[in-house]
Design a protein around this ligand. Structure first.
Ligand code: AHR
Length: 518
């Protein structure tokens, strides 16, 4: 089902800038261990939207139940039912946006099942993720409560596959209408006098797969129909996100756009997983290289889908959203039994993968609107792991730390960086600037090569530089419940010589340099 459909790989051309065309010849004759870069602070790309660091929580395994939500009566320390340690870690990182309740689950979720008195909420079977019974105790109010605790913008994924325009229209009214209507009064009776003011609304999920197995024309027609009824209530205009392609599937995007004939959605949701052939902690060197190479195709997919959208009238108004991304490795059955469906470790390799993705988002900041990694807790490439739904331990993964290393880029302006090498496993780089600061991130995906970074900062005067690195030569290294801090970002030596920045970039590392400028 979704796994296979989501892991299609695509090959295309690359549009990377070559440094050889831009740097005097002598400079390129350095040893192969030296990687040269030029940060062009004057060459602005676009704002690094905080939403590039967005997240996704599905009713799947122990992501919501037992992960984020333990219930108010749980012996696990909690804040009104939310796992306290998870809330503390996520607040520290900052969660700009959170998408819920799926994923595949969204197109079989009926929002009325998750409101009102707990004892009256129906019990439903989760048909996509193991056939277990959901008691509905985490519903709309609980989700909004979590978003408020985390300071995250809520993003609700609506049901198209097994739902109706009326059901989704009513959910929007229930959430956003301040008062006066029967649905608004129901929300007030259920505990929220204030409207939720939810802006982001997904109109289905993977409707080419688990969301109804539709052809793009069929989905396009349904999107047209649904969109007529999905309205502004109480001054909150919904930003509608249409179900987009699986990877770089142009046929889907074209079929959808041709059917639309105008009336652009706010966003188009593209999903791109980077499949892995081994278990997370047992990767071979070859498979590591194969998986990390996929990121080049992700970048091509972003540019090609953007170009395709822009070729349509009003297509430039549609925000391209990488709504689900991340590594998807082979998952041992014993781990799923113990910890929950799709529970997956995050290793040094995963952190490098996260860094490759986050660098792409900076470089393609003018083409993207939002990116949500799958998923926030316990499922796939998660930021936090808990030791099963009943477990008290909650640890930060290597992926959490990779996101933390990219946090300084948020809300800055991405700028161009010229590189020597644009092959799939080359050192990956991106940079952003604000008034008195320049931030540069480097990722070394090679397991067999350490590099010296020689980076010229053009167009700004550097005063002082500080670096932080996440690194382990063992790509299978990870944080565990026994050793939760094996992988932690560490201060790293960087030297500044006029406008030249130099540092070592060890194999398998993610490093961020913050430069004071002025
Ligand atoms: O993230 C897990 C699943 O992957 C989602 O439910 C679905 O949208 C995708 O196929």
């Amino acid at each position: 089902m979704s796994v296979h459909l989501s892991r299609r790989r695509f090959v295309g051309s690359t549009a990377a800038l070559s440094l050889s065309a831009l740097v005097p010849r002598g400079l390129l004759a350095a040893s192969s261990a030296t990687q040269k870069f030029v940060v062009r602070a004057g060459a602005e790309i676009a704002l690094v939207r905080p939403e590039f660091h967005g997240h996704f929580a599905e009713h799947l395994g122990s992501c919501v139940y037992g992960g984020l939500w333990v219930g108010k009566k749980s012996p696990i320390p909690n804040i009104d039912g939310y796992r306290k340690q998870a809330v503390d870690y996520l607040r520290e990182l900052g969660i700009p946006v959170l998408r819920w309740p799926g994923g595949c689950y969204a197109d079989d979720y009926h929002w009325r099942d998750g409101i009102g008195p707990l004892e009256q909420r129906p019990k439903r079977v989760n048909i996509h993720w193991g056939g277990y019974i959901e008691d509905g105790s985490f519903g709309t109010h609980e989700f909004i409560g979590l978003c408020r605790l985390l300071g995250a913008e809520p993003y609700l994924a609506g049901n198209v596959g097994s739902g109706s325009p009326r059901e989704l229209r009513d959910w929007i009214e229930y959430c956003n209408m301040p008062s006066g209507s029967t649905l608004a009064e129901e929300r007030v009776r259920n505990g929220s006098a204030e409207p939720f003011r939810v802006r982001y609304w997904g109109v289905g999920n993977e409707n080419w797969g688990c969301g109804g197995w539709m052809r793009p024309e069929v989905y396009g027609n349904l999107y047209r129909q649904f969109s007529v009824y999905l309205r502004e209530f109480g001054g909150t205009k919904p930003f509608l996100v249409a179900s987009g392609p699986n990877g770089n599937d142009r046929k889907w995007t074209r079929g959808f756009m041709d059917t639309l004939e105008g009336g652009a959605p706010g966003g188009l949701s593209m999903h791109y997983y980077e499949g892995g052939t081994d278990r997370a902690t047992e990767f071979s060197a070859d498979h590591l290289g194969q998986q990390l190479s996929i990121f080049k195709r992700v970048e091509e997919a972003v540019t090609e889908q953007r170009t395709l959208l822009d070729s349509y009238r009003d297509g430039h108004k549609i925000g391209l959203i990488l709504d689900e991304w991340g590594v998807w490795d082979k998952i041992p059955e014993e781990d799923e039994k113990r910890y929950g469906k799709l529970w997956m470790q995050s290793t040094m390799r995963s952190a490098v993968a996260a860094g490759l993705g986050l660098n792409i988002f900076n470089r393609q900041a003018d083409k993207l609107f939002m990116c949500n990694i799958a998923q926030i807790v316990n499922v796939l490439q998660s930021l936090l792991l808990t030791d099963g739904p009943e477990g008290k331990s909650c640890i930060r993964t290597s992926t959490y730390h990779a996101f933390a290393l990219f946090k300084p880029h948020r809300s800055k302006t991405a700028v161009r960086v010229e590189t020597q090498d644009s092959s799939p496993l080359a050192v990956s780089v991106s940079a952003s600037k604000a008034q008195n600061e320049l931030v540069v991130s480097f990722v070394n995906p090679r397991h067999d090569a350490d590099f010296e970074i020689d980076c010229t900062l053009q167009g700004s005067t550097a005063r002082e530089a500080k670096a932080v690195v996440l690194h382990d030569p063992d790509w299978n290294a990870c944080n565990t419940f026994e050793n939760p801090n094996r992988l932690l970002p560490q201060p790293h030596t960087v030297t500044l010589d006029g406008s030249r920045l130099r540092m070592d970039l060890p194999r398998l590392s993610v490093a961020t340099v913050t430069v004071r400028t002025g």
